[in-house]
Design a protein around this ligand. Structure first.
Ligand SMILES: [Zn+2]
Length: 369
């Protein structure tokens, strides 16, 4: 998810605000304050309530993240956006029990928060009107969030719980993902259908806007379920291949003792690559990127050698020929890398680039292999 603002870290996890979050923040605040437009007390309580709501959403995502991390699933960031929050993990669970605990942690956290606000509401004197109403709203919205997330359509939390159970009982991850994501798509379509009905029939005093909102949520869920299905298919396919099957042998190699001037003229400008392997007689010494070149002033390019600016092999992650391609992709995700050299007994035998992996799978599926 692009265009997000970093707002700090919690337990080592980056918190981010997507630009669409500001829309929902303003919208919810206005909804909470209406129709008391002229009362500063309502505005202040409205804004605080909205902030508390998003703190609850962060707590929900944090519950997923911390339980995930304790079960060996690293979490990079939590992003708040128009439909709530999302925790970005760099890999999927490898055991159903880990996925079950991680998925259930979020809605359970929301349920607990909802009950706490419910208790607080019982003890709030009804005379302090905006506060009592807002505490009640916080209790309601958190319980609603928990219930909504327990709907068993992937990628909602309930869908993940559902998949982990299927996976546990069938032992087949791919088949379980297929079923859970297809249920997720059905849930998405039901939301769209329900939204359209509400928009036209307006039952229980609901407005056309409630219906429209439901249509949007359904559309979002259907898209996310389809994307999750495609992605898990992609990962499952990668899992069946090794580094030596997906690597490319088309990559430029430069010797470590040439100057940067020669590197730029004879390799970078000719090949147009941003990333070159450094090897002497086949032995991998490191990698050099445009970024490394830029750290040296142009005047010194004639007297500086590649080995002085390269990232040396001992600081480099490399792949091995029989390593499975999925674990390489996960390693690249963990370290924010786009390429990884494949090394056998110290010698470079290939290169794996992220776009190569995607091209490899596309050609494979197009040719029906
Ligand atoms: Zn959740």
């Amino acid at each position: 998810m692009g265009s997000a603002l970093n707002i700090g870290k919690l337990f080592g996890i980056q918190l981010r605000l997507h630009y669409t979050w500001f829309i929902i923040f303003v919208f919810l605040t206005v909804l909470l304050v209406s129709p008391h437009w002229l009362s500063p007390l309502w505005w202040i309580t409205g804004i605080i309530t909205c902030l508390l709501f998003f703190a609850s959403v962060i707590a929900h995502e944090l519950a997923h993240s911390l339980v995930g991390r304790a079960n060996g699933i690293p979490i990079k960031s939590i992003t708040l956006f128009i439909f709530g929050g999302v925790a970005q993990m760099t890999r999927e669970a490898t055991r159903p029990i880990a996925e079950f605990k991680m998925a259930a942690a979020g809605p359970i956290c929301s349920l607990v928060i909802g009950c706490l606000f419910g208790l607080l509401w019982l003890f709030t004197p009804i005379t302090i009107e905006p506060i009592a109403i807002m505490v009640q709203w916080l209790a309601f919205i958190n319980v609603a969030l928990a219930i909504f997330n327990f709907i068993p359509g992937f990628p909602l939390d309930g869908g993940r719980v559902f998949r982990s159970l299927l996976w546990h009982f069938t032992g087949n991850y791919q088949r379980s993902t297929l079923i859970a994501t297809q249920v997720g798509r059905v849930v998405g379509y039901l939301f769209i259908l329900g939204g359209i009905l509400i928009a036209f029939l307006r039952p229980f005093g609901m407005s056309w806007f409630n219906g429209l909102w439901l249509v949007f949520i359904g559309w979002f869920l259907e898209n996310a379920a389809s994307a999750s299905y495609r992605q898990s298919q992609f990962r499952e396919t990668l899992h069946r291949f090794t580094a030596s099957q997906v690597m490319t042998s088309d990559y430029p190699v430069v010797p470590s003792d040439i100057t940067i001037s020669r590197l730029v003229q004879e390799y970078v400008l000719v090949s147009g690559r941003h990333f070159l392997l450094v090897a002497d007689e086949g032995q991998l010494k490191g990698i050099v990127t445009l970024h490394n070149i830029k750290t040296i002033p142009q005047g010194n390019w004639g007297v500086t050698q590649v080995k002085e600016i390269m990232i040396p092999i001992n600081k480099l992650k490399v792949a091995y020929p029989d390593q499975d391609a999925l674990s390489i992709l996960e390693q690249m995700d963990d370290d924010d890398m786009n390429q990884m050299p494949v090394v056998s007994e110290g010698r470079v035998i290939g290169l794996i680039a992220r776009d190569n992996l995607i091209r490899f799978l596309r050609i494979r599926s197009e040719s029906g292999i």
